[in-house]
Design a protein around this ligand. Structure first.
Ligand code: ADP
Ligand code: ZN
Ligand code: MG
Length: 482
């Protein structure tokens, strides 16, 4: 089946809002906490009462600069606050303080990680600017629409990408990489479900190979990473169908309807985008001294892209490196096991399989099992010098987590040291061969996996203690001889 999207190139640019992790709001001392009783964190400034004056939150400016620097932006010597004027019930002042012509960060970029560990695309960041959040409309079945102004004035940054994304899938990957970068930079808790990360998407299509821009549609109201991908897939298909039929795409704002899985035209208010921006008269220009900016730049921790590169340079597979970086608690476990001497790829395997399974099953993590990474390193050393087999190591891992015991002591007490000596394995091997004549015959006919089956039987009989290579060698020899 050919989809209508064939022959068209999808072009996407994202406008992402991130709430900054400050204790207080952007221009007043009200708490910026999420989830408090409605309208309890308000004051004359964030209510926009006459005579009140905004005072910028230094910590918010610092976090916004951190975000911009983490995205490789250039920081100009000064930025400016502007008023963005519009009328809406959740905007008590009748305007939002934002940055229009002089944002605090410009010309950055974010690389999308690819399967092979090399970046699959560089997305240019047009600008990062600082603004204040609006309040929130709450729809109540009894009272109608109510307004909660706790969020009004919470510091927010907007990150605007160039139209460099080429599929819904890339848009999702960009958003995930952006979230991880903000998280590592310590800028925000970036939770889409709590609204501290929000995304509007601009989508257009053009004939494949064309350099001209198509008519863009802005898509809003996506509340998860998954819905961003679904909404953009839907919207691209919708536009492709119109264009393929020779119909025009209307330049408009559309809303994603999660239940129906469609985008619908907005209410018209967004069409009239005349915000009459002008410089905020109550705030002076925002000086961004180079020394301060440099101080912030050097205080940035290792960011996801650099961390993935470092893991790969240790010999970790690109796919594993990606998961270890995306799942920070697993990354921490891995780092500590390696620090304690574990071979990196082995540490990655054990972190991603055994430790992750343990955390999922028991709900216990590093807080409850604080020395687990160091113990894993010891266990891997036992495994590496052949003292125990792989299956036994898995049991010992579980036991050391449950009892807090030392791996060496657990192995010694259990009597499950590996048997690599062929003499010790001889009796078991003979027994297995006589009990499995069909497998032996199959092996003689050239079926290689019959040997794997026989080795498995030896492992079973020895409760995992046999060294599998030694067992395989011995079985092969006995079959040849006999
Ligand atoms: P402004 O709102 O400042 O006029 P634009 O509307 O051009 O700027 O850009 C807003 C967002 O739309 C940016 O994220 C940009 O990447 C994106 N965008 C611009 N042109 C297109 C296009 N043809 N297709 C998809 N996205 C676009
Ligand atoms: Zn306030
Ligand atoms: Mg726009």
């Amino acid at each position: 089946m050919t989809s209508p999207a064939q022959g068209w190139e999808v072009v996407i640019g994202l406008e992402v809002h991130v709430e900054l992790a400050t204790r207080s709001k952007m221009f007043c001392a009200c708490p910026a906490t999420f989830g408090d009783l409605p309208n309890t964190n308000v004051c004359p400034v964030c209510l926009g009462l006459p005579g009140s004056l905004p005072v910028p939150n230094r910590r918010a400016i610092e976090l916004a600069l951190r975000a911009a620097l983490a995205l490789g932006c250039r920081i100009p010597p000064a930025a400016r606050f502007d008023r963005k004027n519009y009328h809406y019930p959740d905007l008590p002042k009748g305007y939002q303080i934002s940055q229009y012509e002089e944002p605090l960060g410009i010309q950055g970029h974010l690389d999308l990680p690819g399967e092979d560990g090399e970046p699959r695309r560089r997305v240019r960041i047009r600008r990062v600017h600082l603004e204040e959040d609006t309040g929130k409309s709450v729809h109540d079945p009894e009272f109608g629409t109510l307004v909660d102004l706790n969020r009004a004035g919470v510091p927010l940054i907007e990150i605007v990408s160039e139209p460099d994304l080429r599929s819904a899938d890339e848009a999702r990957a960009y958003l995930e990489e952006l979230r991880d970068t903000m998280l590592y930079a310590g800028v925000s808790d970036v939770k889409m479900e709590e609204g501290s990360l929000r995304c509007d998407a601009n989508v257009s299509l053009r004939p494949a190979g064309s350099q001209a821009w198509g008519t863009l549609v802005e898509v809003k109201n996506m509340n998860s990473f998954r819905s961003v991908k679904l909404a953009l897939e839907y919207e691209a298909e919708r536009q492709a169908r119109l264009l393929s039929e020779g119909l025009p795409v209307r330049r408009e704002t559309r809303h994603w309807d999660e239940r129906e899985g469609v985008t619908r035209p907005g209410r018209g208010k967004e069409e009239a985008e005349d915000y009459r921006y002008f410089p905020e008269p109550d705030l002076p220009p925002l000086a961004l001294p180079a020394a301060w900016v440099e101080e912030i730049r050097t205080s940035l921790p290792e960011l996801p892209a650099a961390r993935r590169r470092r893991y790969q340079s240790l010999g970790v597979r690109p796919y594993d490196a990606r998961i270890l970086v995306a799942e920070r608690h697993l990354g921490e476990f891995f780092e500590r096991a390696v620090q304690a001497g574990a071979e990196p790829q082995a540490a990655a395997n054990w972190t991603l399989v055994e430790w992750q399974a343990y955390v999922k099953e028991t709900g216990k993590g590093l807080a409850e099992r604080p020395d687990a990474p160091e113990k894993l390193a010891k266990l891997l050393a036992l495994l590496a010098r052949g003292a125990i087999s792989g299956p036994v190591a898995k049991d010992v891992f579980r036991e050391m987590l449950e009892t807090g015991g030392d791996p060496e002591a657990i192995v010694a007490a259990s009597g499950r040291q590996q048997i690599a000596d062929e003499k010790e394995l001889l009796a078991v091997a003979r027994e297995v061969l006589s009990a499995n004549e069909k497998a032996v015959a199959d092996y003689r006919k050239g079926k290689r996996n019959a040997l794997a089956f026989l080795v498995g039987q030896v492992m079973r009989t020895t409760r995992g203690r046999a060294n599998p290579e030694a067992a395989a060698r011995l079985l092969e020899r006995l079959i040849e001889e006999g």
